[in-house]
Design a protein around this ligand. Structure first.
Ligand SMILES: [Zn+2]
Length: 171
């Protein structure tokens, strides 16, 4: 009795050809086409010489048949419509990726307390005009604290200076 195998493409059982080693596809044309497509996809991914040969072959064919794709599009409006729809989906995906990157800037809102150099933007990288400033963070609840402690006169001077810069008034 001949061994039966299951086709990996159509999942039907078939009698194995004894001349084909490790046969996985039956002899239906769609299954053979799928086998060849998979082989070619793997070959294109792994073999640079084969990839270059395919590219050269396609280019020479396009030179010999310059109107082929224009005529094909004229005769197949559904093909054109499908391409337009897929391109719109790719554009929307690209826009969504860009928006996702914009949201990534939110994490830059926080600043760590410590000593910073203030350098004018148009001064380049020269440190001659740099001023050292200490930055203290003021919590959002600070206004409540300030009202209850008589305008903040009992605070340390660094904190008062930063508060003055935020409120626009003198400390
Ligand atoms: Zn099959």
């Amino acid at each position: 009795m001949k061994p039966k195998l299951r086709c990996v493409h159509c999942r039907r059982r078939f009698i194995a050809n004894p001349r084909v080693k490790d046969q996985k596809y039956c002899n239906h044309s769609c299954c053979q086409r799928a086998r060849k497509t998979l082989w070619q996809r793997r070959k294109m991914a792994t073999d640079a010489a084969y990839r270059q040969n395919q590219k050269d072959s396609h280019q020479s064919w396009q030179i010999k048949n310059p109107d082929y794709w224009r005529q094909y599009r004229d005769g197949h409006p559904q093909y054109c419509e499908r391409n337009r729809m897929l391109q719109k989906q790719r554009d929307a995906k690209r826009r969504a990726r860009h928006l996702a990157k914009m949201d990534g800037l939110k994490q830059l809102k926080s600043i760590n307390p410590g000593a910073y150099y203030l350098i004018p933007c148009n001064a380049g990288l020269a440190k001659m005009d740099a001023l050292t400033q200490k930055i203290n963070l003021i919590p959002e609840t600070y206004t409540i604290f300030c009202a209850s402690c008589k305008k903040g006169l009992d605070r340390p001077p660094e904190t008062a200076a930063v508060k003055g810069a935020y409120s626009g008034g003198a400390p």
